[in-house]
Design a protein around this ligand. Sequence first.
Ligand code: GLU
Length: 483
Amino acid sequence: MSKTITTRFAPSPTGFMHIGNLRTALYSYLLAKSQGGKFILRIEDTDQVRLVEGASDVILNTLKMTGIDYDEGPVVGGEHGPYVQSERLPIYKEYAEKLIASGNAYYCFCTPERLESLKDENGIGGYDGHCRNLSNEEIEKNLTAGVPYVIRQKMPDEGTTSYVDEVYGEVEIDNSELRDQIMIKADGYPTYNFCHVVDDYLMGVTHVVRGNEYLTSTPKYCLLYDAFGWERPTYVHLPLLMGKDDEGKVSKLSKRHGAVSFQDLVNDGYLPEAIVNYIALLGWCPKDSNQEIFSMAELKENFGIGGLSKSPAVFDYEKLKWFNSEYIKALPDDAYEEKALPILNELCEEHIDTKKLAVLLHTRIAYFGEIESFIGFVTSRLPMTSDLYTNKKNKTNPENCKEVLTDCLPILEAVENWNNDTLFAVLKEYAAAKEKKAGAVMWAIRVAVGRQAITPGGATELMEVFGKAESIERIKLAIEELA
Ligand code: GLU
């Protein structure tokens, strides 16, 4: 019987969730869930120098908001805990000592000065294996005397090490290129290179899914598995996420391309579901289908290693906007208003009917942060140009618009029940009485009230949003300007 597939996400708490990392989490999660497997979260915080306060919460929150739920990990616990590496130090020590005992690792007492002297003029230099063959007496003497030490992995001198990555195929390296890498540092903390292997093994991880920056160091990790006599996991390295700059040059996705953290995108008004949907397709595509909109349930159903690509994926903000606008359109009214209204209420004066305005914007915005740029014509009276009154289809021009506005002003002033339907009715009645096209009347009023070429909503909808006083004021102003 084959083992249940177990994957993990093992972020270092850096204080923000890069979308590339989120994609790794997602793919790792989907791989497990597409096969009824288990997904583990492990926090890799052994680099004490780079620790950031509250950084683990960012990870936990992001996973919660995106619906990437883990079966084992911090907070939820599980049979393989603890799930935070700094709480597992005795485990790493125990396993490092096992490798020393089996001759696959050794104590190294070299001083920082000695290591420095091994470097060339570019500051690059491998370790020369100086402490590989210390006698037991020497080692004991140093340990008793409290000489600081690191523990190093003994690499084979010759031959090659290779493995087959699920995405990139065979990766092979000459063992002579491998340094005797440090497993346990002088401060007692393990290196990533060592402890993630111990953890993956002890936590029963069958498939390691991660960024391809680890592709070529993985032979070293394979050697650790071999030294322990453990079965190696399946490796799935993911292509880099790239960004395109204004000149069309493509490079690793970074801040200069736009928001690159999940939280920044959420703050800009992107929906977690839309972000997840979009990044799911950055390096993976479904077999035999062009489907683009996927719920998490559909992703779980369709995901598979076979759909992964090794070519770098380019993050396209326009495409993300498209996904997000589709998700916003699909939001039920109350969920949409919950997000749109606070923004509109903050930006608009009291007389504006923000609820009605929200309705007009629902199908038009790509992300909530865009609202402000849509409603400049609401929050202020924009400068007017009389060209706006000219419309071929409706045969309008500044002169006949002025006439319409002058006629309609008293009619509108007399309206008591200020709403879209009533306003529409009185203006239609006026058009019929004057044998004018309704479209021509609406055009004049919409331009006078909106003061810009394209507005979300027509004349009567805008007047409803503005309220009676502001609408009348704007029409009076427009008549003055046309005089
Ligand atoms: N802590 C590592 C990182 O954040 C994890 C790499 C891995 O998944 O093995 O890059």
